[in-house]
Design a protein around this ligand. Structure first.
Ligand code: UD1
Ligand code: CA
Length: 453
């Protein structure tokens, strides 16, 4: 399809019911603002020109909506006089002359490319308006699609509908494609003589037909057309998004034992044959290669986990954690901005931050890289095959050479050469029989206390 297209995204709603200091469309689903989800779908539909109709937070909304592949021009709809009025806020863009004008909503973020393409395909077949509809068990509040002999003849808003019309369960999603050559003429003919006194975009159907044009409705899954008016509905969108993405990943070869407990971000990538155990949370920027295992109750953000690596249970990977092939980060470990080399092990109760851990190094339980001196962050380097004894503190900047050993309980403040043994702890002393003397003294104290009371 080589027809030109302008997408007009309506995002000037007042968001009153969100009870929020920011525009509704800036609220995130899977960590990405709703408006960016819509824009990503617009981009994957092959549409690059977007007019964004905004009522508040104009700069922030335009910025959040500027995803790769789309040219966003924001338009302010200062007064909120209805959806027909909102589309006309982008009059200047529509007047540039496109084959198609596609209207979508900023607060309907789960829409995919297919219904948008289907609506545009209907224009290519000669329709002047192609509305995206959905079937629902609960049509209350939606405009109803009135169909006669297979043709869409009108959209009736709930308030203006009679009883028979209200019984219709095929609803207007609000998204539609309009013949771009006729759009301005059709839109400017919309009036506001209705129950709400608003300019209803939906009137465009009857207007187009009165002028001899053809109109049609295309069907799409209800889930994709779910909107958002309050935080409870935002949580529903989040659930629907999560369910969809988990399903995609599982179908692509990722194992999840209890998928309903795994939370993904908009950009989480997981390769085939990876296993994600229950209760794992992915923040933004995580890639997990195939064959890796993320054990239960782990939290990952801005991290890369290579094939054959294992994480958790109860591990936290923070931004810049980069786990090489076959490496292991075990329970109650936190890793931040650190390379964990091939086959290296960080198994228990450890903090590794601003560090390079060489291949096959072994980091003992309770090891801490002391990376922060209160002002600056410093780097710790641990060589290949090095062995860090349990409960060691590595005071950065510091390095431990290849194959070196650090004795348990050491505080390492100076570089350790390759293959050396470093001891940074007090030497053990033995006082023979001393325990007996202490015990006798303690018993005498207890006896004198109970005699007094
Ligand atoms: C609209 C449709 C209805 C449809 C429903 C789907 C009309 C007249 N009715 O009703 O048939 O079933 O959506 O959710 O179109 N907006 C603006 N500026 C405005 C008015 C609205 O930007 O002046 C935006 C809103 O932010 C929202 C969208 O347009 O994203 C829909 O507006 P809303 O007031 O929710 O329309 P409804 O009355 O629900
Ligand atoms: Ca609505």
């Amino acid at each position: 399809m080589s027809r030109s297209c302008l997408a007009v995204i309506l995002a000037a709603g007042e968001s009153t019911r969100m009870k929020s200091s920011m525009s509704k469309v800036l609220h995130p689903v899977a960590g990405l603002p709703m408006i960016a989800h819509v824009m990503k779908t617009i981009a994957t539909s092959g549409i690059s020109d977007v007019a964004l109709v905004v009522g508040r937070d104009m700069d922030k909304v335009a910025k959040a909506g500027s995803v790769g592949g789309v040219n966003v021009t924001p338009f302010l709809q200062a007064e909120r006089l209805g959806t027909g009025h909102a589309v006309l806020a982008a009059r200047e863009a529509i007047a540039r002359g496109y084959d198609d004008v596609l209207v979508a909503y900023g607060d309907v973020p789960l829409i995919t490319a297919e219904p948008l393409m289907a609506a545009r395909a209907a224009l290519a077949q000669g329709h002047d308006v192609a509305v995206i509809g959905f079937h629902t068990a609960n049509p209350t509040g939606y405009g109803r699609l009135l169909v006669k002999d297979g043709e869409l003849v009108a959209i009736r808003e709930e308030r203006d509908a009679n009883e028979a019309e209200r019984a219709v369960t095929w609803c207007n999603s609000g998204l539609m494609a309009i013949n771009g050559r006729k759009a301005l003429d059709l839109l400017t003919r919309i009036g506001n003589a209705n129950a709400k006194g608003e300019y209803y975009l939906t009137d465009i159907v009857e207007i187009a037909r009165a002028l001899g044009g053809r109109t049609v409705a295309v069907d799409a899954p209800e889930e994709q057309l779910t909107g958002c008016n309050n935080r409870a509905e935002l949580a529903v969108l989040e659930r629907l998004w999560q369910e969809r993405r988990r399903h995609e990943l599982m179908v692509s070869g990722v194992s999840m034992i209890a998928p309903e407990t795994v939370f993904l971000s908009h950009d989480t990538e997981i390769g085939p044959d990876a296993l994600i155990e229950p209760n794992v949370v992915f923040g933004p920027g995580v890639t997990v290669e195939g064959g890796a295992i993320i054990h239960a109750f782990s939290h990952l953000e801005g991290a890369h986990v290579a094939t054959g690596a294992t994480v958790g249970p109860f591990a936290r990977l923070r931004p810049g954690a980069n786990l090489a092939t076959g490496s292991k980060v075990g329970n109650f470990c936190e890793v931040k901005k650190a390379e964990i080399g091939e086959g290296a092990k960080v198994n228990h109760l450890t903090y590794i931050g601003d560090a390079f851990i060489g291949a096959h190094a072994n980091i003992g339980a309770g090891t801490i890289t002391c990376n922060y001196d209160g002002v600056n962050k410093h780097v710790t380097r641990i060589g290949e095959g090095a062995f860090i004894g349990s409960n060691s503190a590595l005071v950065a900047p510091v390095s431990v050479g290849d194959g070196a050993f650090v004795a348990s309980g050491s505080v390492i403040t100076e570089d350790v050469p390759s293959d050396a043994l470093a001891l940074g702890r007090a030497r053990q002393e033995i006082k023979p029989e001393r325990a007996k003397a202490i015990r006798a003294r303690n018993q005498a104290i207890k006896a004198s206390r109970s005699a007094k009371s």
